[in-house]
Design a binder for this molecule. Structure first.
Ligand code: PEP
Ligand code: MG
Length: 907
């Protein structure tokens, strides 16, 4: 028996029996749309009868460049079955059946592939349909649409050719819309369309065959390939084709068509949200060419149908246990569902919908936690327009227009009127706003490159809105006050003249558009649904979450974001501040220990106050403070800078007018020459592998002593003030037990001395970073002298790969990534095969020595969701990341637990 290539919508049981698989397998075979049409049919929801030609048929077609054997016979059989169900006949002038032919891949790719509607119309069936409906206008309008779509999609003709004819007809009749053309006008349009598309076949079966093949081929069309690349959809899935009985929303004033989501895709607010048009076909709604009405309006015009729509939407949402995006048509007062799918949503909506569904009992809390992608949490950190800047712009009358607020966040950039310019300018590092009348699938590359999107037409479900939301681009669409002259590359925006390259600022949350470049800020995370979701994540996760924070304000922010301590305070950052740098430089320049100590004595109170701030912010929580880490030359001017200064001083000296001036210049010259000698002495070919980290503490023990003293004195003061400080001291870049032992003793002694002086009892754990391969290899030994470990995976990646972390992301690593020699950037996502093995080994060996050893990670990987999953697998105690990543890490850590437990539970 030959393979089954075609399944009717009412044959889902057969599909199940054939696949013995999951819903995912069904979607892979029938495509998302086909699977859902079949499922809706099984649920008893009114779906126009039809069938799906499988993705397997598409792949076979693309491979053999022809339909697979048996497929066409199966299509014809399925068509006959539909004829029996509808009592209409394909190609029969007496009672013609018309069908649509739409693509439908496993993952939705809105507008990326092709659709042909009204298949089955020709001169004879058109006459038959007129007899049946008595509506010549509708029939000729449908006929011209078929030829236009067939011409562009199947025959590859340019749409402008057809639009030109329509524009001519409108002009001749003196009307603004196609709907106002007369029957005679439309007949004329049909005749001219046929002349443009002479290969348009009048045989309905031939129309269907060519349309199915065109949809198959559109899988490999440029815009589909671009979209898949951007959305990370595999290229080997193929698309299914859905052939479905046409129902018409343009049969008069008891007919309509629309799209709706069961909850707001922008905010997650419960309740049907969408648009509809009376007396129209679906493409009119989606293309944004006609002004749509909010779907609630249907309640006034057709209350019974609207009630049925609400009930159906509810049934679908309950069945799929997720927000649905539905397409419907009302034909002569009868409701039909044409499509349902999980609705695209903003990150904000994703969070709210997940939490609301769990609160309503539709899904579990665990499932809600799984439904939000960690990166979506970033939305809450999206830039927003600065409030003062906005107020100022309003005063200056620069708020020039308002449109639909379809994708939140603020975007500020220069205007580009076409996607290629947007892409090119973005590549040059410019922030761009893509400004178009409306967007089409061909514009996607420019939309992706742009910071924000602004269109004069289109609604909430227009292409621009959908794509913007999916990719998190702020967008304002349907701005009536925007009038674009694409030819001249100019526009008027609410009375302002705009040229390409002018600055505009838009607020995708309010729909407001400003001329000029407004300041933006990143908002605080105070969304109640997010807070709930993260609390649920906290209940699930095993990993602790700490922050890398150097300053009290960062520590405070980290704590409000949910950090459970500081995993890394890089003390050197404090020395770069302008009033401290000269003292630091004096310390480095010191020839004697006494001089060095005197400079350090000046630094001590500054360090102490830094640490005190951290202890106050993190009272009751551990604060890991790392001893100074970088090579000392980083604190001095460069050799070249000093050479220039010296030359300059010499020139000025030769022209000095007074003895005082000579004295002063000479003193400066000597000082610069001394510094240059020191810079030369400190010079190393590979400073990142040189005198830094623990090695500094060995060579200059006074520095480590000063830091230990500052930490413990600050802790004592915090206790006095009523706080509960929990300081821990960390030694960086260790690779051998003996160096760790020396520094540990040094630090422990100083800490004990301070505690004795202050008569305070406090435990101050001393641990080490594990950031060289050798440290990982001898971790069992290191644990004898370390109370805790923290993996510095930035250095550990650098030293394990032997790739400089400072040059990696501009150099050959990019070629490696482009050419697939590396799958992931190992400095962004932990390399589980190399670095990860070292981490795993070191954890095991360390805990063998010291079973209660706390082990964390404080490299950049600590905020990367994929790396966090590995950290969970290795049994780390916590991850530490930048304050802004803390919420992301909380969710990712919970998802690591749930992924381990297996797929999300149903029901
Ligand atoms: C690391 O190496 O991963 C680390 C956290 O230390 P730094 O980035 O300061 O070298
Ligand atoms: Mg490091």
């Amino acid at each position: 028996m030959s393979e089954t290539w075609v399944y009717r919508f009412d044959q889902l049981d057969e599909v199940d029996a054939h696949l013995h698989g999951t819903w995912d397998d069904v979607r892979a075979l029938l495509g998302g749309k086909g699977a859902n049409l079949a499922e809706m049919t099984r649920l008893g929801i009114p779906v126009p009868p039809g069938f799906t030609v499988t993705t397997a048929a598409c792949l076979a077609f693309l491979e053999a460049d022809g339909t697979p054997p048996g497929m066409w016979d199966q299509v014809v059989d399925a068509l006959k079955a539909i004829e029996r169900q509808t009592h209409k006949h394909f190609g029969d002038p007496e009672n013609p059946l018309l069908v649509s032919c739409r693509s439908g891949a496993k993952f939705s790719m809105p507008g990326m592939m092709d659709t042909v509607l009204n298949i089955g119309l020709n001169d004879e069936t058109a006459k038959g349909l007129i007899r049946l409906t008595g509506d010549e206008h509708f029939v000729y309008d449908s006929y011209r649409r078929l030829i236009q779509m067939f011409g562009t999609v199947v025959l590859g003709l340019r749409d402008e050719l057809f639009e030109h004819v329509l524009a001519g007809a409108r002009e001749a009749r003196g009307v603004a819309t196609d709907a106002e053309l007369t029957v005679e006008d439309l007949q004329g349009v049909v005749t001219r369309f046929k002349a443009i598309a002479p290969r348009f076949p009048s045989d309905p079966i031939e129309q269907l065959r060519l349309a199915v093949e065109a949809v198959f081929s559109s899988w490999n069309g440029k815009r589909a390939v671009d979209y898949r690349n951007a959305a990370h959809i595999p290229h080997d899935l193929g698309t299914a084709v859905n052939v479905q009985t046409m129902v018409f929303g343009n049969l008069g004033e008891d007919s309509a068509t629309g799209v709706a989501m069961t909850r707001s895709g922008a905010t997650g607010l419960p309740g049907l949200e969408g648009d509809y048009l009376m007396n129209a076909q679906g493409e009119d709604v989606v293309s944004g060419t006609r002004a749509t009405q909010p779907v609630e309006g249907l309640g006034d015009v057709m209350p019974a149908v609207y009630a049925e729509l609400l009930a159906t939407a509810q049934t679908l949402e309950s069945h799929y246990r997720d927000m649905q995006d539905i397409e419907f048509t009302i034909e002569n007062g009868v409701l039909w569902l044409l499509q349902t799918r999980d609705g695209k949503r903003t990150a904000q909506a994703a969070v709210r919908i997940a939490v609301d569904l769990a609160t309503e009992g539709a899904i579990s809390q665990r499932e809600a936690v799984q439904r939000v992608k960690p990166d979506q949490i970033d939305f809450f950190l999206h830039p927003q327009l600065d409030r003062d800047a906005r107020a100022q712009a309003e005063v200056e009358h620069r708020l020039c227009a308002t449109g639909l607020n379809v994708s939140p966040g603020a975007a500020v950039g220069v205007v580009a009127f076409d996607p290629d310019t947007a892409e090119r300018w973005a590549r040059d590092g410019r922030d761009v706003i893509l400004v178009r009348p409306e967007t089409k699938p061909d514009d996607v590359h420019g939309m992706l490159a742009a910071k924000g999107i602004l269109t004069s037409r289109g609604g909430r479900t227009s292409h621009a809105a959908l794509v913007a939301r999916q990719f998190g681009k702020p967008a304002v669409v349907g701005v009536a006050a925007l009038d674009i002259d694409l030819g001249a590359k100019t526009a008027t925006l609410g009375g302002f003249e705009l040229e390409e390259g002018d600055w505009v600022s838009l607020d995708g949350s309010s729909g407001e558009v400003f001329v000029g470049q407004l300041d933006t800020f990143v908002p605080d995370i105070s969304d109640q649904w997010l807070a709930t979701l993260l609390e649920w994540a906290d209940d699930i996760r095993v990993l602790g979450i700490r922050a890398n924070a150097d300053y009290p304000v960062d520590a405070e922010r980290a704590r409000t974001y949910g950090a459970e301590g500081i995993g890394l305070c890089r003390t050197e950052h404090m020395f770069f501040e302008s009033e401290r740098l000269p003292i630091m430089q004096r310390m480095i320049m010191s020839e004697s220990v006494a001089d060095r100590r005197s400079a350090l004595d000046e630094l001590l109170p500054m360090q102490r106050s830094d640490f005190l701030g951290l202890f106050r912010a993190m009272s009751g929580l551990p604060v890991i403070i790392r001893l100074i880490d970088p090579p000392l030359h980083e604190f001095l001017p460069t050799y070249e800078e000093l050479s220039e200064r010296i030359t300059d001083a010499k020139i000025r000296l030769s022209k000095a007018a007074s003895l005082e001036a000579v004295d002063e210049l000479l003193a400066r010259l000597r000082a610069d020459e001394d510094t240059q000698r020191r810079v030369l002495a400190l010079h190393e070919a590979n400073p990142m592998l040189g005198l830094r980290g623990v090695r500094l503490a060995i060579l200059y023990p006074e520095i480590a002593q000063m830091q230990a003293r500052a930490i413990v004195e600050a802790a004592c003061q915090a206790i006095e003030e009523g706080y509960e400080p929990k300081p821990e001291i960390m030694v960086p870049l260790t690779s051998d037990l003996r160096e760790l032992a020396v520094v540990r003793d040094l630090v422990a002694e100083e800490a004990a001395a301070v505690l004795a002086e202050r008569d305070v009892e406090l435990e101050v754990p001393i641990g080490t970073m594990v950031e060289t391969p050798r440290a990982a290899l001898v971790a069992g030994e290191l644990a004898t002298k370390a109370d805790f470990f923290s993996f510095g995976t930035n250095d550990l990646t650098q030293t394990t790969f032997g790739i400089s972390r400072d040059d990696a992301e501009t150099g050959f690593l990019l070629d490696y990534l482009r050419d697939g020699l590396l799958e992931q950037n190992p400095f962004a996502t932990l390399d589980p095969d190399g670095v990860g093995v070292l981490v795993d080994m070191a954890v095991t060996a360390g805990r063998r020595t010291r079973p209660d050893l706390d082990v964390g990670i404080c490299g950049e990987h600590g905020g990367d969701p994929a790396s966090i999953a590995w950290c969970h697998a290795y049994g780390l105690t916590y991850v530490s990341c930048s304050p802004y990543r803390v919420p992301v890490a909380r969710l990712a850590a919970a998802q690591a637990v749930l992924a381990e437990a297996g797929p999300a539970e149903e029901g």
